[in-house]
Unconditional design. Structure first.
Length: 466
């Protein structure tokens, strides 16, 4: 579309995105979808704002980001309720997500004045490096964790002196739009952080292909990530990709089986299984298999699935009818296993499900279902566990349960994944790096080096020769 974005008739030609409450299937909002012309205008505004932002004193940038964090903190409950409505997240999870945005802004603000270059010893002069912002960064965020994953890129990119254009997922634009309003309320310059709701093929593609966008950060499917990477290659455009996962949960016979079984359900049911880090392949040493299943079965059956606004709810609905149909396609009724309960009637509900007795190459065992479904597979010994854990094209996360420290270290070195936990299912902390091996992505987010991922390194040599 080649309309002038200042034309008052442009908005009339914008497609409207309808936002549904996944727990009720009722419409809750309509949002105009950005066109290529809208993206072009946003890039121009962002480039202007970025020049002033990069020129500001580091202390001033840090102060504004901390103010942004404080404003988010004042609106945590509002943002959480909005997330419950548009994404179906449980209220407890949604509060954590809003708080994570606040914490990421605070953490990133602390890095603004520590974005240091180096002095490198050389002959005949002084050599220094300077870290400079890239310019305008495009962030394409997913629907499964709309707020925190958007902030994973937005906060450090802003801290490093860049402008950010955020395209939220079509189904979950509301929290992103509210965060942009809060940024302005906090005093961030106009145009520095803009939200562009829209479809992937239109707004997302325009952002990826725009020559004024220096880097794309994408979280989503491996298929789409590969397409974005190919398009960025044409401009030698930087890209960070956080893609799919099929993470293992390895339970050795010497583990605390009660603790491992108690923790296993929410390792793949959190966010209704719509999590790239979900431990959907539960690998259990054969000698402990029967006891583990005795412990796991009641834990699955007791999971509370229901109204995500209810404080007692542990698991809410899936995001959409399409996602529900996808999950159903992987789990025919005749597959053996354990199934929990889910509400009937309106809403995109699917019960907690653990499948047993399947081959290790069954679709549910090798493909990312992205729903509340896990497969339990037995293994013989440590070598067999590692073989099964690595029998996937992905490599994002995973867990290892054992009391043997040596085994924990050996397995951690042997499993090909970017984020592992021992006797835990933790994957993401904003102060540690996050990213995947193989088809799970490219690059790292979060952690102490997050800001440098949004900078160029300039080398300057100063001759001291007379």
């Amino acid at each position: 579309m080649d309309a002038n974005p200042s034309d008052p008739h442009t908005a009339e030609r914008n497609e409207l995105l309808q936002v549904l409450n996944p727990a009720t299937e009722e419409p809750v909002a309509t949002v105009p979808a950005a066109t290529p012309a809208d993206v072009d205008a946003a890039v121009a505004r962002a480039a202007t704002a970025q020049r002033g932002w990069a020129a500001a004193a580091p202390a001033d940038r840090a102060r504004l980001l901390r103010r942004f964090a404080a404003v988010v903190d004042d609106h945590v409950e509002e943002l959480a309720r909005l997330e419950v409505t548009e994404a179906g997240h449980t209220i407890g999870n949604a509060r954590w997500e809003a708080g994570n945005v606040r914490d990421l802004l605070d953490f990133s603000a602390g890095g603004v004045e520590r974005l240091n270059g180096r002095q490198i010893p050389v002959a005949g002069g002084l050599d220094i490096t300077i870290l400079e912002p890239l310019g305008v960064v495009g962030v394409i965020a997913p629907w499964n964790f709309p707020m925190p994953i958007a902030a994973w890129a937005t906060a450090p990119a802003l801290a490093a002196g860049n402008a950010v254009l955020l395209k939220p997922a079509e189904t979950t634009p509301l929290t992103a739009l509210r965060l942009a309003e809060l940024a302005l309320e906090a005093g961030l310059p106009e145009g520095l952080f803009q939200v562009l709701p829209g479809t992937g093929p239109v707004a997302g593609n325009a952002l990826v292909e725009h020559p004024g966008v220096a880097k794309i950060v994408f979280t989503g499917s491996t298929r789409v990530g590969k397409s974005i990477m190919a398009k960025c290659a044409g401009q030698v455009k930087r890209v960070t990709l956080e893609l799919g996962g099929k993470s293992p949960n390895i339970v050795f016979a010497d583990a605390d089986l009660e603790a491992a079984a108690a923790a296993a359900p929410m390792s793949f049911l959190d966010n209704s299984g719509q999590d790239c880090c979900a431990r959907t392949r539960i690998l259990v040493q054969r000698s402990a298999y029967d006891r583990f299943m005795e412990l796991l079965t009641p834990a699955i059956e007791e999971i509370v699935v229901g109204d995500p606004a209810d404080e007692r709810t542990q698991m809410g609905p899936l995001i959409s009818r399409a996602q529900l149909d996808r999950v159903r396609s992987y789990v025919p009724d005749d597959l053996p296993g354990v199934r929990g309960k889910a509400p009937e009637g309106p809403g995109f509900w699917f019960p907690p499900t653990v499948l047993t007795g399947l081959s290790e190459d069954a679709p549910c065992a090798v493909e990312e279902v992205f729903g509340p479904v896990a497969v339990v597979l037995p293994f013989e010994d440590e070598a067999d566990a590692i073989r099964l854990a690595n029998a996937t094209e992905y490599g994002l996360s995973g867990s290892i349960w054992t009391r043997d420290v040596g085994r924990a270290l050996r397995a951690s070195r042997a499993v090909r994944a970017g984020n592992l936990s021992v006797n835990s299912h933790s994957s993401v902390r904003y102060w540690t790096p996050f990213g995947g091996y193989q088809q799970s992505g490219l690059g790292r987010e979060l952690g102490p080096d997050a800001l440098t991922a949004f900078t160029e390194t300039k080398n300057v040599f100063i001759s001291t020769e007379a």
